[in-house]
Design a protein around this ligand. Structure first.
Ligand code: F6R
Length: 615
């Protein structure tokens, strides 16, 4: 999705903006642009293609000044092109704007402005914003360089916008200010010493500051070198606390790995360890006391919803059975984009859990709003402190995966499954009616995860070999029963995303109800077998595809001796409730190795964005 960076200080803005945009490349984009001001001269440089292309444009060196805004665009309205790239100027070239989000009523606004004599040059929704600001700016008889006039024009323009936006605005008439506003799209302000930074995403500016302000919905900020002033939607002044982010700025380096995805796969022992430790007290007991979910409350709840998108939704699926078994509470896991539009049965006795790496996913945010309006208690499980979902939910529980840069989620997923298991155990202990022995086993299993994940990483060489044999294939099937089916879903998504190979995940027992018709000589089938109670059934299902010519990769914690299997990857034994955390590791590596064999851009797969802030 689009990315935003801004700088105001005493250094030359351009290199900082380029560095910020480069840090945001992982979000996915197709065009980039920068606008700076020096001595009341507004310069704009933009083009389709990579951030680095900007440096080759002849006007690059004319981008002077210590105030600037910048953008990476992920095309929605209008194809990737220079004219459609941001920043966009108003007709009088007084205001320059970058925008993340979608203006849903841009056609009406365009008609309105066209009737007032404005001309539009791009196909974008964004171009209405600088022109609306300009329109309202003209209304002020006295434009005598008071920044409140600039702010009022921005606010009046924002009032007209329907949809989502995070915007940065600079003006040649106010060369010492940047104004920002947001609605349903993330924006953070990083505080420095005599300088301030702006970004849509913390990692973009983490190398400059760890102190952040988070803008809330419909708020504005007027940012100068020494000051940041905040205003509500009616332009009343408001105050905000600065929040310190603990992420290490080195966390956004590749650290010698070829790609961020590989680095993040290999970071999992540490990220899982950090996530576990964040919820252990000094006696080694689980500490979720901040959630304030009493036994009485839990006894009365009618169901738990886990709402999320993509990989985060798969993390929810991986713990559904665990929660139901341990807590005896019906647990439904749903894609947030469906939940939000289907009048779900949610009330004050429903507990809704929202899982999101970024904490900014538009559909998950909408599902959260809906659940709150229906009176449910809400818990956010996210990786990003200060993100929109954490600010809205009643309680937040953080994964400690560190910044995840590769578009395909890996370490965030395993941390989410770990944390959700810990939460399930906590809920069961609060309810007090759980099987003590099972709880103790699970707790020991959770503690063993970092070392066991490390062991799973040893499968890389076998996986490399298997990947080199199947990377030209068109279809791959992933099978699993029970909890292994949830791993199959996640493994299949990983493969699709970064290798562009079509893949299907099926509950193994469902295969003969249709999809087995697709199995032919040489088809690759990956079978995940980690639940002892289902092993014989899973083996039979795998045998059925072998009989029809499939070659099979088996991921298992059982000692299987069947010589019909093409490759067996053994993973350490754990209770099946937490086995997805181990079983997915070789399958993340499989997707990665296949993508490398195909020479694809692993970290930035086509058409995908890291943080999906639009519907
Ligand atoms: C897949 C992937 C996506 C995200 C989904 C939700 O590898 O990363 O499916 O899981 O877009 O994103 P978050 O977790 O940020 O809400």
């Amino acid at each position: 999705m689009c990315g935003i960076v801004g700088y105001i200080g005493n250094k030359t803005a351009c290199p900082i903006l380029i560095a910020g945009l480069t840090n945001l490349e992982y979000r996915g984009y197709d065009s980039a642009g920068i606008s700076t001001i020096e001595k009341n001269v507004l310069s704009v440089l933009k083009d389709k293609g990579r951030v680095n292309n900007l440096k080759n444009l002849s006007e690059f060196n004319s981008l002077k000044g210590s105030v600037g805004i910048a953008h990476t665009r992920w095309a929605t309205h209008g194809k990737p092109s220079s004219v459609n790239s941001h920043p966009h100027l108003d007709n009088s070239k007084t205001f320059s704007v970058v925008h993340n989000g979608i203006i849903e009523n841009y056609n009406e606004l365009k008609n309105f402005l066209t009737n007032k004599g404005f001309t539009f040059y791009s196909e974008t929704d964004t171009e209405v914003i600088p022109n609306l600001i300009s329109y309202y700016y003209q209304e002020f008889p006295n434009k005598n360089k008071d920044v409140s006039v600039f702010l009022s024009a921005v606010q009046k323009a924002c009032k007209e916008l329907i949809g989502s936006y995070a915007i940065e605005v600079i003006s040649k008439d106010f060369p010492d200010y940047i104004i920002v506003a947001k609605k349903n799209s993330p924006l953070v302000i990083g505080k420095g010493v005599k300088e301030n930074y702006i970004a849509s995403d913390i990692p973009a500016i983490l190398e400059y500051t760890k102190n952040f302000y988070f803008l809330e919905e419909n708020e504005f900020a007027v940012i100068s070198r020494n000051n940041v002033e905040f205003f509500d939607s009616s332009l009343n002044k408001i105050s905000k606390d600065l929040k310190e982010i603990s992420w290490d700025s080195n966390a956004t380096d590749k650290n010698g790995f070829e790609d961020y995805m590989l680095k993040e796969i290999y970071e999992q022992p540490d990220s899982i360890r950090n996530t576990i430790n964040s919820r252990l007290n000094e006696n080694g007991e689980y500490d979720f006391s901040d959630l304030k979910l009493s036994k009485q409350y839990l006894k009365n709840i009618n169901k738990i919803y886990i709402l999320a998108c993509g990989t985060a939704m798969h993390a929810g699926l991986a713990v559904k059975n665990t929660i139901e078994k341990l807590c005896n509470i019906i647990t439904q896991v749903e894609v947030a984009s469906e939940f939000r539009y289907r009048n779900p049965l949610v009330d004050s006795n429903t507990l809704c859990i929202f899982v999101s790496q970024s904490g900014e996913t538009a559909d998950t945010l909408a599902a959260l709003n809906l659940s709150k309006e229906a009176g449910a208690k809400t818990i956010a499980i996210t990786n990003v402190v200060g993100s929109s979902i954490t600010r809205l939910a009643d309680y937040s529980v953080f994964t400690h995966a560190g910044p995840e840069i590769a578009v395909a989620s890996t370490k965030a997923y395993t941390c989410q499954v770990t944390l959700l298991n810990m939460l399930a155990i906590h809920l069961a202990e609060t309810l007090g009616n759980c099987d003590r022995e099972l709880i103790n086993t699970l707790k020991l299993n959770v503690l063993s995860l970092p070392n066991k994940v490390q062991e799973c990483l040893n499968s890389d060489d076998f996986i490399k070999d298997f990947a080199s044999r199947i990377y030209t294939e068109k279809d791959v099937f992933f099978l699993g029963r029970g909890i292994d089916y949830t791993t199959a879903l996640e493994a299949s998504l990983k493969l699709k995303e970064i290798s562009y190979i079509h893949s299907e995940a099926y509950p193994a027992g469902e295969l003969k109800h249709g999809p087995i018709a697709l199995i032919e000589n040489g088809t690759t089938v990956v079978s995940i077998i980690t639940d002892k109670t289902l092993t014989p059934k899973s083996i039979s299902n795998t045998q059925e595809v072998i009989t029809r010519g499939a070659k099979t990769l088996i991921i298992t914690n059982e000692h299987l001796s069947n010589s019909n299997f093409d490759t067996i990857i053994n993973i350490p034994e754990v209770h099946s409730f937490v086995s997805p955390i181990l079983a997915i590791i070789p399958l993340q590596l499989l997707a990665y190795r296949i993508s490398k064999n195909k020479n694809l851009d692993v970290d930035k797969p086509r058409n995908l964005a890291k943080s999906v802030t639009v519907e």
